[in-house]
Design a protein around this ligand. Structure first.
Ligand SMILES: [Mg+2]
Length: 634
């Protein structure tokens, strides 16, 4: 559709509107989602109380001014106003628009009509609005308010962030190599197959007990498997009823941080079964679950390190174990296998390079910070990006700085030696100061900050590793963070599908609560009467004995039947995704495409238990207030 035509039609339809001025403002290019700092001319103060000054640098052509870093303030949500838009007064004058007159209309009326108009306009333009994106599996979800306009630089991890691998192909190969090695060591692996549905990231391995557990945000174990067998609720309660999952105890608990952990966990759970069956030769390992984990750990960890260099600290542990011959052999084999046939391992996403291009053209400084080495990074990025970029652009053109072999998480914590990659063959030379546009190996996050002259919350880092990418960059540098979690798409769809189930479950639980309340009151009445005391009320004291006991028996039967219905429904009900560490989270980087590089992500209100009553049961509030305001007895 012709944009000018649509805009023209929109303007004509609304020309007689009581909010004429607001329409005219939009025709100047300022849509509803823009965060406007409208300065009141007469008083010189902002109507919202924010009075930051602006510079004259115009990013949006002739239409508006952008608040610069040096002139920025903090808005009413505590976010920086850097990058916010400001009306250009002389532009209004040129169009004959009186900004003061616009503010004379009740803002509620203007906002209501503008919101409706904005929806219609986006629909006419065929553009998916952020509201629709938010309510889909491809939404970007916000835990902590984040203003993209105040972000100067966006850093990206590569593996499973900019490049999504086919889990079955990738993890399947890692599993095959692991099993091949275990077989050569004498482990009984015949008949075992890779089953990616057995585990999911976010679970925790209990290496002492050979279990895989799912814990809630407080560390309580909700479900558990022993080997590949699901444990009953009773067994879970007996084993974990008195203890919490404590991830600081690394000797016992192993958190499955990334999709790379899937093959490791599958191999471990299957070998736990074999150990229980007595099939593992005693000379291979101490016959306990921890010893078994160590044997697998050495094998699979090495493979993960080869594939992604994503566990550099553990990688060093493995090196200490010393299996140089095996390492050299498998490293070469795996890398050449993946690089020679990336189609088999990588899931293409044509929208992703375009999302990054929008960000770059909006003035964001893009960084690639990956633990993978130069050759691997270059090959995989060429494959995933170049064919989807316009003209002759290559992946390197998107990034202001590229850092390979970064050795995260140490990258965020300390300073490693830095090398500049100087030839396309990957030859390097020592380097002491990074410069924009460079390609480096090693170094540190502090070096990135000082060379680009940007700091802390001006940088958004996007990664898939909850600890390495998201937690460490936030804890040590106060960078803003985004977590990429592909499983969200399935989880979101599952939540939507289970809405009816959940509503039915909540209904039943509420009914049980009402029935249970009555039962408890009758029981108390019976208890008091048995002791020769009056019950709670005169009516309860005088209630017929038989009627009282019959009613209680009936209620007990109802509660038991409700339990029989509720228990399996609760069992089938999933838990919510844990979003504690990331400011925003989403399933894939290309989801940024539908939000624009100017999005202001607002977190939803966090509620406590009493809040939900005030939201869902407003009539009770009214009742309580009325009740409290009246003298007792009336
Ligand atoms: Mg990664």
């Amino acid at each position: 559709m012709d944009f000018a035509k649509v805009l023209g039609r929109f303007s004509v339809q609304r020309v007689q509107s009581p909010v004429l001025m607001a329409v005219q403002l939009r025709n100047l290019g300022m849509n509803q989602s823009s965060h406007l700092n409208c300065t009141d001319r007469s008083s010189g103060k902002s109507p919202m109380g924010c009075c930051c000054s602006v510079d004259s640098k115009s990013v949006g052509g002739e239409v508006f001014l952008v608040t610069s870093s040096s002139k920025s303030d903090v808005d009413y949500l505590g976010e920086s106003t850097k990058g916010d838009l400001n009306i250009k007064e002389e532009h209004l004058d040129a169009f004959g628009i009186d900004g003061q007159a616009t503010l004379d209309y009740p803002i509620e009326e203007i906002a209501r009509m503008e919101a409706k108009g904005a929806e219609e306009l986006l629909s006419d333009l065929g553009i998916l609005d952020p509201f629709s994106s938010r309510h889909s599996p491809r939404g970007i979800f916000c835990s902590r308010t984040l203003n993209l306009r105040s972000i100067s630089a966006i850093g990206y991890d590569m593996d499973y962030t900019l490049i999504h691998y086919n889990v079955m192909a990738w993890e399947g190969r890692a599993y095959d190599y692991c099993m091949g090695n275990l077989r050569s060591m004498g482990f009984p692996v015949d008949g075992l197959e890779f089953d990616p549905n057995l585990v999911i990231r976010g679970l925790v391995m209990d290496k002492e007990r050979g279990n895989l557990v799912k814990a809630d945000r407080f560390g309580y174990v909700k479900r558990a498997m022993h080997g590949t067998r699901m444990l009953s609720t009773r067994a879970v309660s007996e084993i974990y009823g008195r203890e919490l999952v404590d991830l600081r105890k690394e000797s016992r608990w192993e958190f499955l941080n990334t999709l790379f952990s899937v093959s490791e966990a599958v191999a471990y759970m299957q070998m736990v079964d074999r150990l229980d069956e007595g099939a593992v030769p005693a000379e291979l390992t101490p016959l306990d679950y921890k010893g078994l984990y160590k044997a697998i750990y050495c094998t699979i960890l090495f493979i993960m390190a080869v594939l992604a260099k994503c566990h550099s600290n553990l990688w060093h542990d493995f090196q200490a174990v010393g299996k140089a011959l095996f390492r050299a052999h498998v490293e070469g084999q795996l890398k050449s296998e993946i690089m020679s046939n990336p189609e088999r391992f990588v899931e293409p996403d044509p929208e992703l390079p375009l999302a990054l291009l929008d960000q770059k053209e909006a003035g964001k400084r893009l960084l690639l910070i990956t633990n993978s080495d130069y050759h691997y990074t270059d090959k995989m990025m060429q494959h995933s990006f170049n064919r989807f970029l316009p003209n002759d652009m290559g992946w390197r053109d998107l990034f202001e700085m590229v850092i390979v072999s970064a050795r995260k998480p140490e990258f965020f914590q300390m300073s490693h030696p830095m090398y500049e990659v100087v030839t396309s063959e990957g030859l390097m030379r020592p380097c002491f100061k990074a410069r924009p546009g460079g390609l480096y190996s090693g170094g540190s996050a502090q070096m990135v900050e000082s060379s680009l002259n940007i700091h802390g919350d001006e940088i958004l880092y996007v990664g898939d590793h909850i600890h390495t990418d998201v937690s460490q960059s936030k804890v040590h540098l106060r960078w803003r963070t985004a977590l990429i979690c592909r499983e969200l798409e399935d989880e979101y769809s599952a939540l939507i599908c289970s809405r009816g189930h959940r509503a039915a479950l909540i209904d039943l639980i509420n009914q049980k609560e009402v029935v249970g309340d009555l039962f408890n009151q009758l029981r108390l009445a019976l208890q008091r009467r048995t002791k020769g005391r009056p019950a709670q009320t005169l009516a309860a004291t005088n209630m017929d004995d038989q009627e009282l006991t019959e009613t209680m028996q009936k209620l007990l039967i109802v509660m038991q039947r409700l339990d029989q219905k509720i228990a399996p429904m609760l069992e089938a009900d999933g838990e919510h995704f844990n979003k504690r560490y990331a400011d925003i989270y989403t399933s894939r980087v290309s989801n940024f495409l539908h939000y624009t590089p100017f999005m202001y992500f607002r977190s939803q209100e966090q509620t406590l238990a009493h809040d939900s009553y005030s939201v869902y049961l407003p009539h009770l509030n009214g009742f309580a207030v009325d009740h409290l305001s009246k003298p007792s007895g009336l």
